[in-house]
Design a protein around this ligand. Structure first.
Ligand code: PHE
Length: 392
């Protein structure tokens, strides 16, 4: 790929159809929307995702959901009479990559909106780029509150971690009846550290005690030292706010050390790999909250599950896939209501979103977040099992 700055101006000039003056601004500023967006023959949508690397499961699931939605929309005639064209880029689960690729999606490809990311840390990297360019960004599934605080062009279609932290806390306190818990969190991700705080605040407010806190970082492989320190305090359970790779190893090593108490966490646990890494036996008596379960029986969820399975050789969709799918539906619905892809009109329409999708009802609140029901999942016989729904 030729970096944008190395593209000869002339070639870029011929690549866009209209408005030479604005094109010149685009070239000099490095990150302004392409002037051709409105005049384009297609509706250009950008997506940035972790398609490879440590959290590839997130990027691949989200991408599959988005692709399915684009195909369905195009088959039904597109949006405002135009077909949707998806421009997607892989950040390889690497910090720093998202800024570069999102700049490219906006400046070179001229996308009218950007879908992504799953992980809060990477959404937080690219959100300022979209905000500065005045191009709406919709995160399907980043739950850290700071993401939409970046500005009025940044939206999410999922719940946030204050809600998630409170519901995990209520589940631990009321359903599991835990009183003294340990927290073992990923301090290298905005998500892990944010959820740690939200859970701890809620659990203490209920009257529970956080008796010990231990930390780890993404890509760590050996957690025995921290787990041994936790074991010595004899907690009733351990809250582990983090992503599936490390969580799988932590669960496995905890059981090897004879820690048999309930282990629980949030949506970052969501991936089939969790069971492959942790093992069915170790994952007994573990619980996590997430956004969607494939057994949900709303008409939209059922329709999504069957089209996803048909499209992807029988694969069962996870929550990330459902939210990816819905992020594209929300964008399409907003473009239709705006009657335009003009960024200000599109932003206003996104802010007024209220629609049903695979993951339930998406209703944008004043902070551009979407309060939504959560589900609690456990693992039994090596299978994810839906336990309960928690309304916002
Ligand atoms: N909520 C997580 C984050 O903000 C991402 C995630 C969403 C992971 C849904 C799994 C399922 O980083």
């Amino acid at each position: 790929m030729i970096p944008f700055s190395l593209l000869p101006a002339r070639r870029f000039f011929f690549a866009v159809i209209t408005a030479t003056a604005v094109t010149a601004i685009t070239l000099s500023s490095g990150c302004k929307p392409s002037a051709s967006s409105e005049a384009s023959a297609t509706i250009k949508v950008g997506e940035y995702a972790s398609l490879t690397g440590t959290e590839a499961t997130f990027g691949v699931s989200s991408h599959e959901g988005i692709v399915l939605a684009v195909e369905e929309i195009n088959k039904a005639g597109g949006i405002l009479g135009k077909q949707v064209e998806l421009f997607y880029e892989d950040n390889r689960s690497t910090a720093g990559e998202s800024v570069t690729i999102v700049k490219k999606l906006i400046s070179r490809d001229g996308v009218v909106a950007v879908l992504g990311e799953v992980a809060s840390g990477r959404s937080l990297e690219a959100a300022p780029v979209c905000q500065a360019a005045g191009i709406p960004m919709i995160s399907p599934s980043s739950t850290n509150p700071k993401v939409t605080e970046v500005g009025d062009y940044i939206f999410r279609i999922c719940f946030t971690d204050p809600f998630q932290g409170k519901l995990i806390s209520d589940f631990a306190w009321k359903s599991l009846k835990l009183k003294r818990v340990a927290v073992f969190s990923d301090v290298s991700s905005a998500y892990g550290d944010g959820l740690r705080q939200c859970f701890s605040d809620a659990f203490k407010a209920s009257g529970g005690q956080i008796i010990v806190e231990q930390k780890y970082s993404s890509k760590d492989k050996d957690f025995k030292a921290q787990l041994t320190a936790i074991k010595a305090t004899n907690p009733d359970g351990i809250c582990i706010p983090g992503y599936y790779n490390e969580v799988g190893l932590i669960v496995k090593q905890a059981r090897e050390l004879g820690i048999m108490v309930p282990l629980f966490g949030g949506d970052g646990w969501e991936a089939p790999e969790l069971i492959q890494i942790g093992g069915a036996e170790s994952l007994k008596n573990t619980y996590y909250s997430t956004h969607f379960s494939p057994i949900q029986d709303t008409p939209d969820a059922k329709k999504f599950v069957s089209s996803y399975k048909a499209r992807y050789s029988g694969k069962t969709p996870d929550a990330v896939a459902a939210l990816g799918y819905d992020s594209m539906l929300v964008l399409a619905d907003s473009i239709k209501r705006a009657g335009s892809t003009e960024p200000k009109k599109l932003k206003a329409a996104l802010a007024a979103t209220d629609m049903m999708g695979a993951s339930g009802r998406t209703r944008m609140d004043a902070k551009r977040d979407s309060p939504k029901a959560a589900v609690i999942i456990t693992v039994e016989n090596g299978q994810f099992k839906f336990l309960q729904t928690v309304e916002p």
